[in-house]
Design a protein around this ligand. Structure first.
Ligand code: NAD
Length: 262
């Protein structure tokens, strides 16, 4: 059986991070060549090694997605290096502070919006321009359950991820005439790892009525709110992204799929 994504080229932003790398590994195993984009050169190098060690093809592009000019140039470079781009996993993101609204730091709010919204838009726009020329493209944006339900203490992150869901719906309409599908995923609690630990620790420190001040208790409280009573794995995200990029979802665009255990 041929790999479903054989001959395809996928750009993965945040490709040095947890969800980005796990998804890049999945897409590479399915036959795609991967352009890994991240601002962290060390993480990029080890991500590339993991992919190539498993027999995949990957290139690395160190880039801050908030620099729109650099985004445009890098995407042009990727297209010239790989001969085109079929898939975009628009996934780089930043969680920001955990503080109730009255004390939420303004500079952090702007930083989160710059990365999660403006940066994600720059990438989407630059990649879509190439996809329009070829009349084919599949895009998945990483939103979050924080962009569906509005979590306490995460004003910037929640706002930014609601914006990502909105961007997905608008882009899906604007790009549908060009045979480009645009969907989003909304991971819920994903673990184990840095993001889970950080989230639990910072929710404990936020001093709100929603969580206790002991990280171990916070972890239990969070999991108790999940109908399936566990956090999700990185592979369980990667599989949904592969579904949304692949042919099994050919009649889907503009949707945001929760991956949240219920
Ligand atoms: P992560 O921190 O492991 O990965 C994020 C990656 O994005 C990092 O490698 C980082 O260097 C990169 N990045 C951040 N800002 C950047 C910038 N300006 N330019 C280029 N690269 C940048 O976290 P993750 O869990 O893999 O997160 C991936 C995405 O999933 C994010 O959008 C995040 O908001 C979202 N998400 C994560 C969870 C979770 O629990 N892990 C839940 C819901 C949504």
């Amino acid at each position: 059986k041929t790999a479903p994504f054989s001959g395809r080229v996928a750009i993965v932003t945040g490709g040095g991070g947890n969800i980005g790398l796990a998804t890049a590994l999945r897409l590479a195993a399915d036959g795609a060549a991967i352009a890994l984009v991240d601002m962290d050169a060390d993480k990029l190098a080890s991500a590339r090694k993991e992919i190539t060690d498993k027999g995949g093809r990957a290139g690395t592009y160190c880039l801050d997605i908030t620099d729109a000019d650099d985004v445009g140039k890098t995407v042009d470079q990727i297209v010239s290096d790989f001969g085109g781009v079929d898939f975009l996993f628009n996934n780089a993101g930043y969680q920001g502070a955990f503080t109730p609204v009255p004390n939420y730091p303004e500079d952090d709010f702007q930083k989160v919006m710059m990365i999660n919204v403006c940066g994600a838009f720059s990438v989407l726009q630059a990649v879509a321009r190439h996809m329009v020329k070829r009349g084919f493209g599949r895009i998945v944006n990483t939103a979050s359950m924080a962009g569906v339900e509005g979590p306490p203490n995460m004003a910037a992150y929640g706002t930014s991820k609601f914006a990502v869901v909105g961007m997905t719906q608008v882009a899906a309409k604007d790009l549908a005439p060009h045979n480009i599908r645009v969907n989003a995923i909304s991971p819920g609690l994903i673990g184990p790892g840095y993001m889970w630990d950080r989230q639990v620790e910072l929710q404990a420190k936020a001093g709100s009525q929603y969580f206790s001040d002991d990280p171990e208790k916070v972890a239990k409280e969070m999991i108790a709110g999940v109908p399936m009573r566990r956090y999700g794995s990185l592979e369980e995200i990667a599989g949904v992204v592969a579904f949304l990029l692949g042919e099994d979802s050919n009649y889907m665009t503009g949707v945001n799929l929760p991956i949240s255990g219920g």
